[in-house]
Design a protein. Structure first.
Length: 248
């Protein structure tokens, strides 16, 4: 099949493209740096010609509330219309475990809007919810840092290696539409503070990590288990300790 991967040159998208090509599909990376822009529509119709499946793993360049909302609404509107015009038979989107529980955050409100648009489009679809990536521990720390101290909520997290996310998305794209949501997570559950400490240690980052019951996660107040997948989620193989050892 010809499978167009929107955001196909990024962290996850490049892995999705590689996995699909390994299995004999024609995976085409589509991003602004390949001449395809889902916000302006540039190159979109041409890229989707002959495509059976479109995978959207793109992300907003800004996490500011208005900017991220505009990005996902405009991008998804343009993409779904172009897919309908091209006769695409399966839309696959990557989203986040717990999106519906994180609606105090502008970013996750925008992701929820994206999901709702996909469900209402009439196109066959599959939404893959992934937990936080190993690689984003530092970004999480940066969002919660004041001075040399990172303050996080006392919640649990089940992070996943980006390569395992790429594999899960590629597997979904090569299969039949589920017209629903599946979840994928890493094999180990951590306290958020421990996950961030380990992520900072990989970078030799000396910041101190502390917990605060009033701490936020990307602007949202969470219950202890809000970031954890539901029973029945696909559990990936890569452990954080093994990944961390390879980074040093």
């Amino acid at each position: 099949m010809k499978i167009v991967v929107i955001g196909g040159t990024g962290l996850i998208g490049s892995k999705v493209v590689a996995r699909l090509n390994e299995h004999g599909h024609e995976a085409v990376p589509a991003a602004p740096n390949t001449g395809v822009n889902t916000v302006t529509g540039e190159g979109l119709a041409e890229a989707l010609q002959g495509a059976s499946v479109v995978v959207d793993v793109s992300n907003s360049p800004s996490f500011e509330d208005d900017a991220v909302t505009k990005f996902f609404r405009v991008s998804t509107t343009n993409l779904l219309k172009a897919e309908a015009d091209a006769g695409v038979r399966h839309h696959v989107a990557l989203s986040v475990v717990g999106t519906d529980r994180l609606q105090e955050s502008g970013y996750f409100r925008a992701k929820q809007a994206q999901e709702d648009m996909i469900k209402a489009s009439g196109l066959p679809y599959s939404i893959v919810h992934a937990t936080q990536f190993f690689e984003f521990a530092k970004s999480l720390a940066d969002s919660a840092t004041e001075g040399d101290t990172v303050t996080v909520a006392p919640i649990k997290i089940q992070p996943i290696f980006s390569g395992d996310v790429g594999t899960a998305v590629a597997r979904t794209a090569a299969g039949e539409p589920v017209n629903g949501t599946t979840e994928v997570a890493g094999p180990d559950v951590f306290e958020l503070e421990d996950f961030i400490r380990q992520g900072l240690a990989v970078k030799n980052d000396p910041r101190t990590v502390v917990t605060d019951p009033h701490g936020l996660y990307w602007g949202a107040a969470l219950k202890e288990s809000d970031l954890l997948p539901a029973p029945g989620a696909h559990i990936a193989e890569t452990h954080l300790a093994d990944w961390s050892a390879q980074q040093r």
